[in-house]
Design a protein. Structure first.
Length: 244
């Protein structure tokens, strides 16, 4: 599958058209940013790990009945996906207090939440991705009530699949961010699922194995991502080679 015109270049990924109008190609980059791009670095090997991890998580979710944009891994850094019209709403799922929730509500990091918390943020860098609720989504015409119900159900289902899967591998799924889009009248899970977009803590030590190592200058960022990959890769062999 050859790359066509570049459609979008983000902080951590590039998206290309392909010869098939229904399919896009995603390339995972080694660049990392935080705090709206204020903090930047190149983390050698991150793109390869995020591609590998996203492929593993999307495959698992598809097996469990969650519809995603994932088609297949093309190479170390590339995956083929269904073309989505992205809904500009980030859906955050939280099991344990951390990050912005801890800050905003004064709840210590690590506090187990009494129930899973879903949040919506408007995808708009210039506005620093402000938090929004259902009313804003309808008022701005971002998605219909039926679509929002589908996003919420899918987000909770992703949590119900990934949390126990990771627990068996010694990882706590603290929180994560999802993006969805429309494809041929259906809502599909899009974007990526990786240590850039999730918080993973080691079950016994509590060690952070995700992008907070970069955000908080803890060091060992790529090593932590590799450790997550090592625990979830299952039967795959040591090398991070393409599956084709
Ligand atoms: P937060 O605590 O900073 O709001 O982050 C919640 C989750 O969302 C966390 O797993 C990291 C992820 N996230 C992104 O994927 N992209 C972002 O731009 C931000 C701010 C958070
Ligand atoms: N990706 C976001 C940024 O570049 C924030 C983050 O993940 O912390 O600013």
């Amino acid at each position: 599958m050859n790359r066509g015109e570049i459609l979008y270049e983000g902080k951590a990924k590039k998206v290309f058209r392909t010869s098939d109008p229904d399919l896009y190609l995603i390339e995972y980059k080694d660049d990392a940013t935080a705090f709206d791009g204020l903090k930047k670095d190149r983390l050698e090997g991150k793109g390869v790990l995020n591609n590998a991890l996203s492929a593993i998580f999307f495959t698992l979710l598809e097996e469990k009945g969650v519809e995603t944009h994932f088609v297949r891994k093309l190479s170390e850094r590339e995956m083929l996906v269904k073309a989505l019209e992205i809904i500009p709403v980030e859906v955050i799922v939280r099991n344990i207090a951390a990050g912005s929730l801890s800050k905003r509500l004064g709840i210590p990091e690590g506090t187990v939440l009494g129930r899973t918390v879903l949040e919506f943020y408007l995808k708009d860098d210039a506005l620093h991705d402000p938090m929004i609720n259902h009313n804003h989504i309808y008022a701005l015409g971002l998605a219909s009530a039926e679509e929002v119900a589908q996003l919420e159900a899918a987000a909770l289902e992703v949590n119900a699949v990934l949390a126990p899967y990771l627990k068996e591998r010694g990882l706590i799924l603290v929180d994560f961010k999802l993006e969805f889009g429309r494809h041929k009248g259906k809502i599909l899970l899009g974007d990526e699922i990786s240590p850039d977009t999730c918080r993973f803590w080691d079950s016994s030590s509590g060690e952070k194995l995700d992008k907070d190592r970069f955000r908080r200058d803890l060091g060992g960022v790529v090593e932590a991502y590799r450790e997550v990959w090592r625990r979830v890769k299952g039967g795959e062999n040591g090398a991070l080679e393409s599956q084709d």
